[in-house]
Design a protein around this ligand. Structure first.
Ligand SMILES: Cc1cc2nc3c(=O)[nH]c(=O)nc-3n(C[C@H](O)[C@H](O)[C@H](O)COP(=O)(O)O)c2cc1C
Length: 344
């Protein structure tokens, strides 16, 4: 186990990935009981909700907890005329109107920073870059270790130069939003990122759903592995029935990057909207606004057991996940990886 993890009191080299909309208190508690570093995705929570969820996790499990925030720039609400015109046939077919917007993904700000200072998580991780220097200094002063997410070599070195405690290297295999923040979306295979020399501990993310994937990343020099998709199949995840039914099937292997559901590139399982519109559309409003006009379509279809308009965000391992409780899954993943590492 690396010095980074030992310093955190981590008991196995697994970080249960933060997954906004797909994971919450129950998943973090179960993964932490299985000895992983647990994560709470905070991008869609108010400061009060973050504090309440941390208290619930602390009551349910011991061990290190990661609070995850986004650092995107929130643009003014864009002109959605072209986007709504593109979706109009779907709104007509489903008999729904664009209505109340869903919770907005908000960038890390002073209110979120104050909550970090109050609840003192062991780790704070950032997606889409880092917050401005003053807020970052306050997070560090709270005692939290800071993890930043890189999708290419340039971002790895940018984060290391700003003194993060670990870089999460997010390979092109990873489910969910690519956290790129410099120079556009340039998906890079995880193995290439792990081959890059970094002066900070590296946490591998992307495609690992069993001990083989974890051991491969650890052998390539990673201090830990951040795992998202494998946890989606756990009963503690918050995904829809339609999404759950796809996981572990051959159809789940058909994935791609799409900007349709949020306005930024994210990897997910191909569904009706991606097939019919194509996965990347210029009409999709800038992140995070694209999700608004889709919300009523998504709700209607999910109520009918369909994932036609839902983000089915998952990594390249989605066809190979195992449906089991998150505590047992964590123990299984760690035991499988440990056995392979001993054999090596
Ligand atoms: C459904 C889903 C939602 C995600 N949401 C977040 C998030 O809120 N914050 C974040 O930093 N990463 C998020 N990710 C990315 C994960 O942190 C991680 O990079 C990824 O799950 C690792 O690849 P894997 O899915 O193949 O295990 C998400 C991933 C998935 C699958």
């Amino acid at each position: 186990m690396s010095g980074l993890l030992e310093g955190l009191g981590a008991r196995c080299p697994i970080v249960q990935a933060p997954m906004a909309g797909a994971g919450g208190v129950a998943l973090a508690v179960a993964a932490m009981r299985g000895r992983a570093i647990g994560s709470l995705p905070c991008a869609m929570l108010s400061a009060e909700q973050v504090a309440a969820q941390v208290a619930e996790v602390r009551a349910g499990a011991d061990g290190p907890l990661n609070l995850n925030f986004f650092c995107h720039t929130l643009p003014a609400p864009p002109d959605e005329t072209a986007w709504r015109a593109l979706l109009a046939p779907y709104h007509a077919e489903e008999g729904v109107m664009p209505g109340d917007p869903p919770p907005l993904r908000r960038p890390f700000d002073a209110a979120a920073c104050a909550v970090v200072e109050a609840v003192r998580p062991e780790v704070v991780s950032f997606h889409f870059g880092l917050p401005e220097a003053g807020l970052l200094a306050r997070v560090r002063a709270s005692g939290a270790k800071v993890f930043g997410n890189a999708t290419c070599r340039e971002e790895m070195h940018w984060l290391a130069a700003r003194g993060v405690d670990a870089v999460i290297v997010q390979g092109a295999e990873a489910g969910g939003h690519s956290g790129w923040f410099l120079g556009g979306h340039r998906p890079t295979p995880l193995a290439e990122l792990l081959a890059e020399r970094a002066d900070v501990p590296v946490i591998a993310a992307g495609g690992a759903v069993d001990g083989t994937g974890i051991a491969a990343a650890l052998r390539a020099g990673a201090s830990a592995v951040q795992i998202g998709t494998a946890y989606l199949a756990c009963p503690e995840s918050l995904i829809s029935g339609a999404f759950r039914a796809l996981l572990g099937t051959d159809a789940a292997a058909d994935g791609d990057f799409t900007n349709l559901f949020s306005g930024r590139e994210a990897r997910g399982i191909r569904n009706r909207l991606m097939r019919e519109l194509g996965p990347i559309r210029a009409e999709a409003p800038a992140f995070p606004w694209a999700s608004n006009a889709l919300a009523p379509l998504r709700a209607k279809a999910e109520a009918d057991g369909r994932g036609d308009y839902s983000p089915l965000w998952a990594g390249t391992g989605a066809a190979r996940v195992r449906a089991m409780g998150a505590e047992a899954l964590t123990e299984t993943l760690a035991a499988e990886a440990a056995a392979l590492m001993e054999d090596a």
